[in-house]
Design a protein around this ligand. Structure first.
Ligand code: AMP
Ligand code: GLY
Length: 440
């Protein structure tokens, strides 16, 4: 079987790694991939939004299954295009991906189908949005309607900040057309969890729970990022909470999509805030989480290719998932300056030492291979003599470890982090700490 994976992040490296373990798979391509995926797959120089290029490639190579990592191709309708051409592809259709592509659609969907979420107002005129802020005050959350590379959600502690956020989105058009509407919603308080489930249009099967670390600094300080670490399982998601989420979020999602006439097949990622009044949905995504996928794939024992085909062929009701009981923790190593400006092209050392540790995987994100173009100042006998991995993005690596219990998994992951270096590397020192308070 030939598989194509679209994307270049840590999530995609984890998917490539897991798919490479399936006996059914002969060849994996990754478009565009990174230095890590190139060890298990053939990287193809195609951008994730180059739908015609990806379709042509999949037809030429007779790809049996395409797996879409990021949201952009889903929102652009890659699944519809591939299906029209008779190709199998994992992910929701364009109408379904709107659940992530439009915060307005998502909020209206949640309200219509009674899914618990923050109270919100939706505005297409800036004056109305500003008047609403006068009425509700702060703290408050301002969200651009469309995709904004993870920067379109602004949590505001004062009314002034909220006014600035509305101006940035609607007047300055900082996110272009994504900001022609805004959702302004109540600021929820609680602990966050990521509930990532697989849906075949009828059945929805939750994967193991996980928790992300969105803020850049320890103790959840500083600006939001794409996620600087994750662990699974998340003890905040007890069995009874999971039952409640299934009943109030996942099942209404499936029946809501059906009532909208959308055959939703793919990932349903609910970002949930566990509030005193129960779980409330902050957002839905139409794809696997990054970095949550890294620890989840380390724990998944079932064949991922079987799971993906069962979804496409609507056979999820007979699929049962099997998990490693151990905990997994992923620590993201980021470029200095991320989530703002950062340098690229810096050599990474120590990656060759990690395989000596059991149960540790380094999933690459913003990396590329290169033996040339290394700045003279970084040249050393070590970098001259072998393949060099260079930084190529903000989130660079996801060091992921399995351990007997969260405490040991954390220890092991940080031990591996110690081995890896690049200039100005930074990472959070408290990944997984929130889980420790649940230990008996
Ligand atoms: P979203 O893209 O909607 O998940 O927002 C990104 C992050 O912003 C979330 O993971 C939360 O940390 C935060 N956030 C979003 N909506 C709210 C809300 N209503 N109350 C508090 N925090 C929020
Ligand atoms: N880790 C957050 C996300 O994938 O959206």
């Amino acid at each position: 079987m030939r598989i194509l994976i679209i994307g270049s992040g840590g999530r995609e490296h984890a998917l490539v790694w897991k798919i490479s373990q399936s006996k059914k798979v002969k060849k994996i391509y990754c478009a565009p991939g990174n230095a890590g995926t190139s060890e298990l797959a053939e990287n193809i120089n195609l951008k994730v939004d180059d739908l015609p290029g990806l379709l042509k490639f999949a037809k030429e190579k007779k790809i049996d299954l395409t797996v879409v990592g990021p949201e952009i191709p889903l929102v652009l309708g890659i699944v519809d295009e591939f299906e029209k051409a008779g190709l199998k592809i994992f992910g929701p259709c364009k109408a379904g991906a709107k659940i992530e592509g439009s915060k307005v659609f998502s909020k209206e969907f949640m309200v219509k189908y009674g899914i618990p979420t923050a109270q919100a107002g939706i505005f297409s005129k800036i004056d109305d949005a500003l008047a609403y802020l006068d009425e509700v005050g702060a703290p408050i959350v301002v969200k651009a309607d469309g995709l904004a590379a993870g920067k379109g959600v602004i949590v505001c502690s004062t009314k002034n900040e909220a006014v600035e956020a509305v101006n940035l989105i609607m007047k300055d058009k900082a996110f272009g057309a994504a900001g022609s509407k805004v959702v302004i919603e109540e600021c929820l308080v609680g602990e966050e969890a990521s509930i990532i489930a697989i849906c075949d249009g009828e059945t929805i099967l939750p994967l193991a729970s996980s928790q992300d670390h969105k803020r850049v600094f320890d103790k959840d300080k500083g600006p939001n990022t794409g996620g600087l670490g994750a662990y699974s399982p998340a003890p905040v998601v007890t069995d009874s909470l999971m039952e409640q989420i299934d009943k109030t979020v996942l099942q209404p999602f499936v029946s809501g999509m059906k009532q909208e006439g959308i055959n939703y097949k793919g990932v349903v990622y609910a970002g949930v805030m566990v509030t005193k009044q129960g779980p409330k949905v902050l957002e839905f995504n139409a794809r696997f989480g990054d970095p949550e996928t890294q620890p989840i794939m380390m724990r998944l024992k079932s064949d991922l290719v079987d799971l993906l085909f069962s979804t496409i062929d609507s056979r999820l009701s007979t699929f049962s998932l099997s998990w490693d009981d151990r905990a997994a923790v992923c620590i993201v190593l980021a470029a200095g300056g991320y989530p703002d400006k950062y340098e690229k092209g810096l050599p990474i050392t120590g990656l060759d030492k990690v395989p000596q540790l059991d149960n540790v995987m380094v999933f690459h994100a913003g990396t590329r291979l290169n033996n040339k173009n290394v700045e003279a100042t970084f040249r050393s006998p070590e970098t001259e003599s072998r393949k060099i991995v260079l930084t190529n993005g903000g989130r660079v690596l996801g060091v992921t470890a399995l351990g007997d219990g969260i405490k040991l998994a954390i220890k092991k992951a940080y031990q591996a982090v110690e081995l890896i270096k690049f200039k100005d590397m930074h990472f959070r020192k408290d990944i997984g700490k929130k889980a420790l308070k649940y230990l008996k």
